[in-house]
Ligand binder design. Structure first.
Ligand SMILES: Cc1ncc(COP(=O)(O)O)c(C=O)c1O
Length: 399
């Protein structure tokens, strides 16, 4: 038996594997990418599920077209129009999580070259490690673009676009409260980015699962709202604003691009879960999602502020960290020369976990950073976890 070449890139996802270790009793797990389960609107979702099956059973339990359940797409259309993305519903495709949207992006844009020059995917450096998992089976070369506190650095991006020209097939970005860094792009950087991708005609996956989770006022408008080139393919998801278990998300793109995503989905998955879509539609019909998002924001903001306060008091002065304005993560940078994998061993001994930073770099070559998820942790666990982590860092730096 011979496996396909592309399977040689497959290995277990380190973050998902970590769940096995950290589910032991007494563990404080800053490693997961999970939203806070206690905020899932359980009662409202039970009611939405009841209505979905009782009233719409024959529809909810049946196949539907690949594009997705029309009433849900109409509601997504209305929500997006409010933030400057005014598109017809045939430019909206429902997917099983945005993870599937990223993977479809690979299928649509990347040619597999087993040898010679590979197609290039540009990403922020660092970026969501799941994008590598989703795209690597198409055998691209990933090139990271430098970022700072304001987001992607346009000069760095243009240099790579000039250097690699038509080999660049796709760009993947997370402009809002990025996983892993917690940062959001400034308005200036957004404008500069949009100009560049229009100039170089590069398709962009804008992954925006955290966009609505802002701690300070109105969230930013998506890149899609200021894109006139049609190059931006927006990925939205109900995972972080409602519940990830439904696996319901959506892609918004110009019709000629979206058709390719739809046809690729038809072959690979037929469609997303009709029942999940009808339940979410009924939730939106009878509840105020914005009011629910407000509860999530408030809770995550309190947790972020506590995490920052604890890091200020427990971490040594030469350790830097992000003070996030939204989302679920903060990003810690140890002094040059440190390796967060060595720190993790000490941290696991004290039953606290984080995700090592090299996972988030295209070439896995930056070792002194790590990611913390504060969102899913109750305040007392944040306090205790940061104390344990602060001690582990001090012990590590003494060595
Ligand atoms: C940046 C980013 N994109 C996509 C996903 C996957 O989201 P979904 O549940 O919509 O597939 C995650 C999950 O953590 C994420 O952080």
């Amino acid at each position: 038996m011979t496996f396909a070449q592309r399977t040689s890139t497959l290995k277990p996802d380190e973050i998902r594997e970590m769940i096995k270790i950290t589910s032991q009793p007494g563990f404080i797990n800053f490693a997961g990418g999970l939203p806070a389960a206690e905020l899932f609107p359980g009662k409202e979702l039970i009611e939405a599920s009841r209505i979905a099956i009782e009233k719409y059973g024959p529809t909810a339990l049946q196949y539907h077209s690949t594009d997705g359940y029309i009433p849900l797409r109409e509601k997504i259309k209305a929500r997006m129009a409010k933030i400057g993305v005014d598109v017809p519903i045939d430019e909206i495709l429902i997917t099983s999580g945005s993870q599937q949207g990223i993977s479809l992006g690979g299928e649509v844009f990347i040619d597999e070259h087993v040898s010679g020059d590979r197609d290039i995917v540009l990403t922020e450096s660092p970026t969501y490690s799941g994008c590598f998992n989703a795209l690597k089976t198409y055998l691209p070369e990933f090139i990271g673009i430098p970022t700072d506190d304001e987001g992607i650095i346009p000069e760095g991006l243009e240099a790579e676009l000039k250097k690699y020209g038509s080999r660049v097939k796709l760009m993947y970005v997370i402009p809002d409260y990025q996983n892993p860094s917690g940062r959001a792009w400034s308005t200036e950087r957004r404008k500069a980015f949009i100009k560049l991708i229009a100039k170089y005609q590069v398709p962009v996956l804008e992954d925006a699962p955290y966009r609505e989770l802002s701690f300070r006022g109105e969230p930013n408008k998506p890149l899609k709202a200021i894109d006139e080139s049609g190059m931006v393919i927006h990925l939205g998801s109900f995972s972080k604003v409602l519940a990830p278990g439904f696996r319901i998300a959506y892609i918004i793109a110009k019709k000629d691009i979206l058709n390719k995503f739809t046809w690729a989905s038809q072959g690979a998955f037929l469609q997303s879960s009709t029942a999940g879509e009808v339940i979410i539609d009924q939730y939106l019909e009878h509840n105020d999602l914005d009011a629910h998002v407000e509860i999530i924001r408030k809770t995550y903001k309190e947790r972020a502020e506590l995490a920052v306060k604890m890091m200020e008091s427990e971490f040594p002065d030469n350790v830097q960290f992000c003070r996030p304005d939204g989302g679920m993560f903060t990003w810690v940078t140890l002094p040059e020369g440190c390796n967060s994998r060595d720190l993790l061993k000490l941290a696991l001994d004290t039953k606290v976990a984080f995700v090592v930073g090299d996972n988030f770099f295209p070439k896995a070559d930056v070792f002194n950073c790590f990611r913390i998820n504060f969102a899913s942790m109750k305040p007392e666990l944040i306090e205790e976890g940061m104390k344990r982590l602060g001690k582990a860092i001090k012990d590590y730096l003494k060595k």
